[in-house]
Design a protein around this ligand. Structure first.
Ligand SMILES: *Cc1c(COP(=O)(O)O)cnc(C)c1O
Length: 367
């Protein structure tokens, strides 16, 4: 990690200090007020809860340090994704989205953008490397793809998309700004579900949009205020707490994932293993170029659905849930949602358990 990022992470932990008066609380107060003292309307920092609150502002200050960009918070990852698309697209535009990415983005696009006259084109993540973006208004990508973990070169996509006149939006949920920095690679907007690793404790839905073009961000801010897609105070407060430990959690999660992925790849019960950090993985080379770590998600294929479910049932340290990025390791058979993966494919999200205890339990459950 470079010294600039180190300083920004330290700043994240102390970002409120400069504004403290003697006797103020050190930890962030949870402000639930929807209205603010307004004897007149000029010069008030806060006006009404749908426009902005001190609690969101504190989270956005942390996120801005991480992204090195203006950030707007949203009540979920999907609210952030919807804001980025609705603030950018208009009737007659074409948007390219991944056919193998987060499925709700596809459902949202087909169900709500298509009927408004937006041409929604779906292509697999790996095809972004060669696709012709002529005629696209927005190129929206997700890398590594979820759950397949295919990786495409962001800087290369950006150059070709910009040449075609398109705006580039990257869903950076699986990596977080600590592991991958799409804005530094030229992307126009980043969207992310902070529900996952940033909040980190599986108890808050949250999302954000980040960008460096003030006019584009102003439009996203207007969308939030007018659509009313505003985060709750409690969730903002929880995410603020979660972000303080994101870096240390990710360090354990990624280190454990690397160790466990290498062992799973050699395991007699495992038919196929995907982890971007394994040298013979198809995603290894592009990941090494553009990611600061290989993440905490592993794609593991077992013999069939029964073997996969049996493994998940027997392993005491894997919660059987559909999300990822939490403190608890989690596993899920993705075919149950209709993802285009084998029946025995399990997506693993490695948590912060001590590595060897987790491995011992997984190995025993596999055998
Ligand atoms: C979870 C997720 C989302 C949606 O986030 P929510 O907070 O559940 O709305 C979007 N993109 C990706 C890649 C995700 O994993």
């Amino acid at each position: 990690m470079d010294t600039d990022m180190q300083r920004r992470l330290a700043g994240l932990l102390h970002h409120r200090s400069a504004g403290l008066e003697k006797g103020d609380p050190i930890s962030l107060p949870l402000t639930t007020s929807t209205s603010y003292h307004l004897p007149d309307v000029q010069g008030a920092a806060f006006v009404y809860g749908r426009n902005g609150t001190p609690t969101w502002e504190a989270v956005e200050a942390q996120l801005a340090l991480l992204e090195d960009a203006e950030c707007l918070s949203f009540p979920s990852g999907m609210a952030a994704i919807a804001a980025s698309l609705f603030a950018t697209l208009k009737t007659g535009d074409r948007v390219i989205i991944p056919s193998d990415g987060y499925y709700v983005t596809r459902v949202l696009s087909e169900g709500f953008l298509t009927p408004l006259g937006v041409d929604v084109v779906q292509i697999p993540t790996l095809d972004y490397a060669t696709a012709d973006f002529t005629g696209a208004a927005v190129v929206y990508l997700e890398t590594p793809s979820n759950p397949g973990l295919d990786v495409v070169d962001i800087a290369d996509v950006v150059v070709r998309a910009h040449a075609a006149g398109a705006v580039v939006i990257v869903d950076n949920t699986t990596m977080t700004p600590l592991l991958q920095r799409p804005l530094d690679l030229g992307a126009d907007l980043v969207v992310a579900a902070d529900t996952k690793a940033p909040a980190g404790h599986s108890d808050a839905l949250f999302g954000h949009v980040a960008g460096r073009d003030p006019a584009r961000m102003a439009r996203v801010r207007d969308w939030r205020r007018m659509s009313g897609a505003t985060p709750g105070a409690m969730e903002a407060w929880l995410v603020h707490r979660g972000l303080e430990t994101l870096e240390v959690r990710l360090e354990r999660m990624c280190a454990s994932a690397g160790v466990i992925a290498a062992r799973l790849a050699e395991h007699p019960m495992v038919l196929k293993l995907r982890y971007p950090g394994l040298p013979d993985d198809p995603s290894f080379a592009p990941s090494q170029r553009q990611m600061a770590g290989f993440g905490f998600l592993i794609g593991m294929t077992l013999k069939d659905a029964t073997v996969a479910e049996g493994f998940l049932e027997r392993c005491p340290y894997l919660v059987r849930s559909t999300s990822f990025g939490g403190t608890h390791s989690a596993g899920e058979r993705r075919a149950r949602w209709g993802d285009a993966v084998p029946e025995g494919f399990v997506r693993l999200s490695i948590g912060v358990e001590p590595t060897e205890a987790l491995w011992e339990a997984m190995d025993a459950a596999l055998r």
